[in-house]
Design a binder for this molecule. Structure first.
Ligand SMILES: Cc1cc2nc3c(=O)[nH]c(=O)nc-3n(C[C@H](O)[C@H](O)[C@H](O)COP(=O)(O)OP(=O)(O)OC[C@H]3O[C@@H](n4cnc5c(N)ncnc54)[C@H](O)[C@@H]3O)c2cc1C
Length: 484
C-alpha cells in the first residue's frame, strides 16, 4: 500500500488526483492538501471579469467530488516539506495548516510515499507597491477578483453612459510577469463589452505590457502560416490592436500603482506616469512559500527550490547565457534531482530559463516575460508524473514518463462575447510551447501545429472547452476520455 500526497487542487493537482485514483489500486491512498474548498476553472474568470458569466459557473466544491472518488481531502495550506522524515516520521512528511472553517490554524503532519507539488503560482502583488485588488488595481486571477472587477467595470460603463470620457489600462503589473495571454484576452473582452454597451468612443483602452513587442506572449512570439504566407504573432497582434483602436505601451515595468495612477519604467530607461479610471493589471508569479527541512531539521529550501520558490526538477539550470539555451534544458520527468519520490507539476516546477529573449533597461531593471505554463501543459505534466508514480508503486521497472514543454503544444483562445453568433475569438496554437531550434531550425516550431486565426470557430471552441473541462473536473462518467 502506498500513499500519494498532492499539494494543490488546481489544474495540475486536481488532474493528478483524479488520474492517480483511477490508476492506483484501492489499497493505495490518494490525498490532496489544498487551501480552497472550491475548484476554479481559471480561464473562464475572464468572462466573469467582464460580467458575462456568473461566478457559480466557474467554481464548484471539491469535497463532494473527492468523497465520491475516495480521494482524501485536507483543506489546508502546506507550509513545509520534510523529504527525509524526522524524529517522529520514518517517511517523508508535509506540515500543513488547516483552512477549514472551525479548525483554522490547526497544524497537521501528513506522511507520504510520493509527493507531487502542484501549488501553482503565488500571486505576488507585493512585488509592485500599490498593485492588486487590496490596493489600487484590479485582477481576474481568482474567481473573487474577477467578480469585483466585473462590478467595477459596470460602474465605469455607467459613467461612460453618463457622458464621461475614461481611460482603461489592462496588462501586467511588473516587468517579470507571465500570463500576457490572459491580459490580451481581457483587453479583447473589455473592448467587446464597451462596444456592446455603445460607449467605446468615450473610452481610451491602453494595453500595458512587459513584452518588448506585441505578440511575444512570453514565448518569444510565433511564426505561422496564414493563407499560404508566413506571418508573425507580432504583425497579427498589432493589426488586431489597430483595428480596435487599442494603444499599446511595450517593454514596461510597473514601479508603483497609486489611486488612479500607474508609474512605469520602459526598456529604454525612461519613466512615465499614466492616469487611469480602471486598471486590471495581472501580478507577477512566484512559487508558494513552502520551506523544506532535512531529517535533522536543517533548512534545505534553497537546495530544493529556486530563488523564486519553484521546485527544481530534472532541468539543466546551468545553461547560462541566452545564446546557450537549448530545448534539451527543459525538464522531462519533473522529478526532484535530490529526492526521487518528490515531483512538481504545473506552474510549481522551476523553468530552466525564460523562453522570451531576456532584456534589461539601462537602469538594470529586468523587463522580460517569465515563461508561461498554461493549462494544457499543466494537465499533461500532472498526468505523466502520476503515470511514473503508478509504475513505481506497481514495481514494473518502467522508465519515468515524460512531458517536456519542448514537445507539448498549447492553444490560447481569447474569446469575447457570449452569444452563439455574436462573439468572436483570437485563437493561437503553438507546437511546441518551448521552441526547439534543432528540430525546427527556421522558426523553432512546427508550422503544422502553429497557427493564428480570428473568427467564430475559436469562440465556439472556447465554450466547448469550458463545458468539457468542468465536466472532467467534476469527474462525471468517462471524464478521463477528455484530453488534458
Ligand atoms: C486570468 C487567467 C486566465 C487564464 N487563461 C488560460 C487559458 O485560456 N488557457 C490556458 O491554458 N491557461 C490559462 N491560464 C493559465 C492557467 O490557469 C494555469 O496554467 C493553470 O491554472 C496552472 O495550473 P496549476 O495547477 O499549476 O496552478 P493552479 O491552477 O493555480 O493551482 C494551484 C493550486 O495550489 C493551491 N495552493 C497554493 N498554495 C498552496 C499551498 N501552500 N499548499 C497547498 N495548496 C496550495 C491553490 O489553492 C490551487 O488549488 C490563465 C490564467 C489566468 C490567471
Amino acid at each position: 500500500m502506498a500513499r500519494l500526497v498532492i499539494l494543490g487542487a488546481g489544474v495540475a493537482g486536481h488532474t493528478a488526483a483524479l488520474h492517480a485514483r483511477r490508476m492506483l489500486g484501492s489499497s493505495d491512498e490518494v490525498l490532496v492538501v489544498s487551501p480552497n474548498s472550491n475548484w476554479n476553472w481559471i480561464p473562464s474568470n475572464i468572462w466573469v471579469g467582464v460580467g458575462k458569466m456568473p461566478v457559480e459557473k466557474v467554481i464548484f466544491p471539491l469535497a463532494p467530488v473527492y468523497r465520491k472518488k475516495k480521494i482524501g481531502f485536507h483543506q489546508a495550506l502546506a507550509l513545509s516539506i520534510h523529504p527525509e522524515g524526522g524524529e517522529k516520521h520514518q517517511r517523508g512528511y508535509v506540515v500543513a495548516k488547516s483552512t477549514q472553517p472551525g479548525s483554522e490554524d490547526r497544524e497537521e503532519e501528513i506522511e507520504y510515499d510520493f509527493l507531487i507539488n502542484a501549488t501553482g503560482p503565488k500571486l505576488n502583488f507585493a512585488a509592485t507597491e500599490g498593485l492588486g485588488p487590496d490596493s489600487n488595481s484590479l485582477s481576474v486571477c481568482t474567481a473573487a477578483h474577477a467578480t469585483e472587477t466585473a462590478k467595477q467595470l459596470q460602474a465605469a460603463i455607467a459613467r461612460l453612459q453618463a457622458g464621461e470620457n475614461l481611460r482603461f489600462i489592462v496588462g501586467v503589473g511588473h516587468g517579470t510577469c507571465t500570463c500576457e495571454g490572459a491580459a490580451f484576452e481581457y483587453t479583447f473582452n473589455l473592448d467587446f463589452a464597451l462596444r456592446e454597451a455603445g460607449v467605446r468612443d468615450k473610452a481610451e483602452v491602453v494595453y500595458l505590457t512587459n513584452e518588448a513587442q506585441l505578440g511575444d506572449f512570453g514565448v518569444g512570439g510565433l511564426v505561422f502560416t496564414q493563407q499560404g504566407y508566413q506571418t508573425t504573432s507580432k504583425i497579427w497582434t498589432e493589426s488586431f490592436f489597430r483595428e480596435r483602436d487599442i494603444h499599446a505601451v511595450l517593454g514596461a515595468h510597473c514601479t508603483k500603482v497609486e489611486p488612479g495612477m500607474v508609474h512605469y519604467e520602459q526598456l529604454d530607461g525612461t519613466t512615465h506616469d499614466l492616469s487611469f479610471d480602471f486598471a486590471m493589471l495581472l501580478p507577477p508569479f512566484r512559487g508558494a512559500d513552502l520551506k523544506a527541512y532535512d531529517r535533522e531539521g536543517q533548512d534545505i529550501s534553497d537546495k530544493i527550490f529556486n530563488p523564486a520558490g519553484f521546485l527544481k526538477v530534472d532541468a539543466n539550470y546551468q545553461a547560462g547565457a541566452y545564446e546557450n539555451w537549448r530545448a534539451a534544458d527543459w525538464p522531462k520527468t519533473y522529478q526532484s534531482p535530490l529526492y526521487d519520490n518528490l515531483f512538481a507539476a504545473g506552474i510549481a516546477f522551476a523553468p530552466p530559463h525564460q523562453i522570451s529573449q531576456p532584456r534589461t533597461s539601462p537602469n538594470g531593471t529586468v523587463i522580460t516575460p517569465a515563461p508561461p505554463r498554461t493549462g494544457m501543459p499543466s494537465g499533461m505534466i500532472a498526468k505523466a508524473v502520476v503515470e511514473t508514480i503508478v509504475d513505481r508503486v506497481k514495481g514494473n521497472g518502467k522508465p519515468a514518463h515524460e512531458a517536456p514543454m519542448t514537445r507539448i503544444g498549447a492553444a490560447c483562445v481569447a474569446s469575447a462575447g457570449m452569444s452563439f453568433l455574436g462573439g468572436s475569438a483570437a485563437s493561437m496554437t503553438m507546437n511546441p510551447i518551448v521552441p526547439d531550434w534543432e528540430a525546427f531550425p527556421t522558426t523553432g516550431r512546427d508550422l503544422k501545429g502553429t497557427s493564428g486565426e480570428i473568427g467564430l470557430a475559436g469562440h465556439w471552441m472556447k465554450h466547448l472547452l469550458h463545458v468539457l473541462f468542468l465536466y472532467k473536473a467534476k469527474a462525471h462518467p468517462l471524464w478521463w476520455v477528455i484530453p488534458e
